[in-house]
Design a protein around this ligand. Structure first.
Ligand code: ADP
Ligand code: MG
Length: 222
């Protein structure tokens, strides 16, 4: 496969008046890369990531991921595409409070049609690899920020997505947990996982990315 991500002059305009959140952005990410998009708050980083994730639709241009142009997919097809191709980690974890760590992790596998038994085995393997096996039966409210983020990374990886996305993954954890998240993302990339992350944490970008791009006001900074 050539590029895993290809954006062609992508525009996102939330409001009819005023400047667009993205003003015609190109981006390619090749398999095996770890690309960090940096830039100040409001520069369009989350907008970009949400379009790549298929969580939102562009106002113009084309978003292609893993050889599929997302613009034309129906909501159902988009949801199916996401489950198979995208793992995503958010700043505030987005774990389900009423599920244990393990059940949070295995839910996407069950939604994708795995048996509970196979999903559970894979979930436990990931929780082990991420150093939170001992917390598998705990509910999110009982986990530290760093533990929640590692559980969220396990959930993002359970369906073995070709593309791992992360939006400010160290933005809500303390420095020690931030360093763990950085190490985790770097290890995953060194194991072959393609990563696209957006952050304004320079040490994260420098430590975890193979390439850094900078946005300003919805465009690439010169
Ligand atoms: N859902 C939305 N509705 C309207 N405006 C939005 C929405 N999301 C983001 N924006 C605006 O788009 C711009 C880019 O935001 P965002 O992509 O969240 O930036 P960043 O992640 O770099 O902080 C900002 O001006 C923001 O206010
Ligand atoms: Mg953001």
């Amino acid at each position: 496969m050539d590029n895993l991500v290809r954006l062609r002059t992508v525009v996102k305009q939330y409001e009819p008046a005023g400047p667009p959140a993205l003003g015609g952005v190109d981006l390619t990410v090749a398999p095996g890369e770890a690309v960090a998009v940096m830039g100040p708050s409001g520069s369009g980083k989350s907008t970009l990531l949400n379009l790549v994730a298929g969580l939102d639709r562009p106002s113009g241009g084309e978003v292609e991921v893993a050889g599929t142009v997302l613009n034309r997919l129906s909501e159902t097809a988009l949801a199916r595409f996401r489950r198979a191709n995208i793992g995503i980690v958010f700043q505030f974890f987005h774990l389900l409070d009423e599920l244990t760590a393990r059940d949070n992790v295995l839910l996407p596998a069950q939604l994708a049609g795995s048996s509970r038994r196979a999903a559970r085995a894979r979930a436990d393997e990931l929780l082990e690899a991420l150093g939170v096996a001992g917390r598998a039966d705990a509910y999110p409210a009982r986990l530290s920020g760093g533990e929640r983020q590692r559980v969220a990374v396990a959930r993002a990886l359970i369906n073995r997505p070709p593309l791992l996305l992360a939006d400010e993954p160290t933005g809500a954890v303390d420095a020690r947990a931030g360093a763990q998240v950085l190490g985790l993302l770097r290890d995953l990339n060194q194991g072959g996982q393609t990563v696209l992350l957006v952050t304004h944490d320079e040490s994260l970008a420098k430590g975890a990315a193979t390439r850094i791009e900078t946005m300003r006001d919805g465009r690439w900074a010169a």
